[in-house]
Design a protein around this ligand. Sequence first.
Ligand code: FES
Length: 115
Amino acid sequence: MANITFSNPDYKDKTVYAVAGSHTQTILKLALENKIPINFNCQDGECGTCLVKVTSLDKKTRMGGPLTEKEKSILVQLNKLTKEAVDKMAVDDLPSDWRLACQVIVRDEDVLVEY
Ligand code: FES
C-alpha cells in the first residue's frame, strides 16, 4: 500500500492510498479518481502539461519507475532535466524528481507529488 500526498499551494494537501499490486495506475489516473485538480491534456506523455515534482516520504530509496523516452524528451524541452542528467540516470538507475503525472506508475512507496 502506498500513500500518495498531493500538494499545491492553492489547495489543501490530500493523501490518497494507492491499491497494492496495481502496477498500471499512473499518478494522473489516481489524481483524477480522487478529484485532485492536476492540469493535464494529452494523457500520453506528449504535451508536458501534467508536470509534477515527486519526492519520497519514506526512508526507502525512490523506485518510481524508469522514465519513458517520451518523458525524458519532454522534461529536457521543459528545462527540468539536462541531457547530462538523462545520461546519469541511465547509470544510477534513479528517477528524476520532475516527472509527467500521466507517465509515472504508482509503486509501493510513500511519495509527495507537488503540482
Ligand atoms: S498530459 Fe500531456 S504529458 Fe501528461
